[in-house]
Design a protein around this ligand. Sequence first.
Ligand code: ATP
Length: 367
Amino acid sequence: MTAIALKSLRRAFGSFVAVKDIDLTIEDGKFVVLLGPSGCGKTTTLRMIAGLEMPSAGQILLDSADVTYVRPRDRDIAMVFQLFALYPHMTVRENLAFPLENERLKRAEIERRIADTTAMLRIDHLLNSRTGGLSGGDRQRVALGRAIVRQPKAFLMDEPLGTLDAEFRELMCIELRKLHNRLRTTTVFVTHDQDEAMALADHIVVMKDGEIQQSDTPEGIYTFPATMFVANFIGRPPMNFLTVEGAVQAGATDVQVAGQAVKIPTLRGSAARAVIGIRPSQLRVSDTGTLAGKIVAAEFFGSHQIATLTTDAGTVKVETDRNARLTPGQTLRLRLETERIVLFDAESEKLLASDTSLARAFGGYHG
Ligand code: ATP
């Protein structure tokens, strides 16, 4: 079991800084996902933890030991790549034995670890098959098996499900999470896919342009996004942003949106310009709603519909009942659930602290 700490970790390529002095603590036994768009520095961060990339500055600690300049193989952590280099002409047993033979483990110990691992991954019937002839999913399991047999202190995974089709991906997400629940080995997993992150993570670290935007539980990221970028990156459809009229002052309990007063959780911050953030599922269609909008499109998703409306505060998406009659051109009135509203400073694009977000920070929020 291992805790990982990154301290002011930086990686520059020439004048381009790919990872900008990030600080992050990964607790022992947690499944942590680095999530963000292409080029945000996820892989570079992971490679630095593995020792495959040298930091330009900063420190990496494994269980409080400084490993910043320790060679990859002396860190005792296993990297699982997207296209894991299995030996196609070797059997599953030989592929799994290979890293253990390199470590000069005793034959009986090797056999015991292979038996445990293949039973856990349900690939014991494939032990004598060559990996070259296996399906993608089975190959992925063997790749995981090769990491597991080593019993490393931590797993580092770089988009390991990237090549699988959607159905397999979902299955492998469940497998991986079950495996983690059993092994409880500290895991750092890189992906750009929010569904994978939500399904797997104890903790999600959202990155953008080499910086950490937010590090929180999946619920925290979804409910109280720290920035407008996170609010827009997480959730399908993403969070709506409604323009607030005029400045907002600390202590305010309502703001003006499209000429109407909207109640908000009491604000602890002020901003010259602000926007309200609210999820499509937290808007209610109601005759007494304060925000009027004209339907421009409606999409049917089986369990619900998503209507797109134009309002005086901007374009808004709202989740409605699957049976709602939604006709383009029709006007709907929307009610905003006060406790679900978040406010952002429109200039810094950061969350303005509210009573609810503070209550949550002190463990008082269970929404
Ligand atoms: P992706 O999912 O596309 O791999 P990522 O978030 O993992 O994205 P990184 O691979 O960490 O991003 O790359 C971060 C930035 O650093 C990118 O702009 C990339 O082009 C740049 N970069 C990475 N490695 C090098 C290198 N060896 N030389 C120059 N630039 C690099």
